[in-house]
Design a protein around this ligand. Structure first.
Ligand code: DGL
Length: 266
């Protein structure tokens, strides 16, 4: 592993591209290897054991490619496999999840306030945000809601239209969110519908997504470990199954021609 080694990033599909994009903005000289596990999408409906098995296989691929850091750019995989991956990967790469940076951010800003949380069934049922927030600042009242239709909707390209408007209104109209000060987007797909969520709350609620805080956490780590790259970056995209939506999304986030390769996990 050296300063010029790439950063490995993975998610079930296009959601983690929101994190990859933020990393590219914050750290423009870092090379990235992105793995989208499109064959197993959505992770949010899978068991913890299944997500752990996918995550270990993906970590192997990223380690083979010499990644100095592995960013779990997925809340469902962070909730199911972060502890396991740290144990598994050990000194071969540093592992960063998307939940801890968000919990640190919220606990530094929203003490004593009500904060909503939306995410997949896997993330919400794991109770991990509630447990970590409770430890970080018990004065924050966290109100979690599973919103399982959002990932398939986004993967199918349904946003900024009537269908997405109806689905979002149905979920966010839940009385649970009547008096919240902020809403955590606890899924890396959701920044793609951030504007629609903001519109629903008419700017009354602060919308928090983890992309920038995760990129900042990565930057701090690379600086402290003296692993910042100073080379020309390269971008590589691997998918466990080829999908048109994935290719279209890489083009939106990474304007330069991206190398997209099919890499079946099994
Ligand atoms: N983007 C992911 C997350 O943050 C995965 C969603 C899914 O595949 O269900 O949870």
């Amino acid at each position: 592993m050296s300063r010029q080694s790439p950063i490995g990033i993975f998610d079930s599909g296009i959601g983690g591209l929101t994190v990859a994009h933020a990393i590219k903005q914050a750290l423009p000289q870092e090379s990235l290897v992105y793995f989208g596990d499109t064959a197993h999408l959505p992770y949010g409906d899978k068991s913890e054991a299944a997500i752990q098995a996918y995550s270990v296989r993906i970590a192997n691929v990223l380690i083979e490619r010499g990644c100095k850091v592995i960013v779990i750019a997925c809340n469902s995989a962070s909730s199911a496999a972060y502890e396991l991956l740290k144990e598994y990967v050990r000194h071969q790469a540093h592992v960063i999840d998307v939940i801890d940076p968000m919990v640190r951010h919220v606990s530094s800003q929203f003490g004593g306030r009500k904060v909503g949380l939306i995410g997949t069934k896997r993330t919400i049922q794991s109770g991990i945000y509630t447990a970590k927030m409770e430890r970080a600042d018990p004065s924050i009242q966290l109100l979690p809601l599973a919103t399982p239709l959002l990932v398939p909707m986004i993967e199918e390209g349904y946003f900024n239209n009537q269908i997405s408007h109806d689905v979002i209104s149905q979920y966010l109209g839940d009385p649970l969110f009547g008096a919240i000060d902020a809403l955590i987007l606890g899924c890396t797909h959701y920044p793609l519908i951030r504007d629609e969520i903001n519109e629903f709350f008419r700017g009354r609620v602060q919308i928090l997504d983890s992309t920038a805080v995760v990129a900042a956490t990565l930057k701090t780590y690379l600086e402290s470990a003296q692993l910042l790259s100073d080379a020309m970056p390269t971008y590589e995209f691997l998918v466990s199954d080829y999908t048109e939506s994935f290719e279209a999304s890489t083009r939106v986030f990474f304007h330069e021609p991206a190398r997209l390769q099919r890499y079946p996990l099994w």
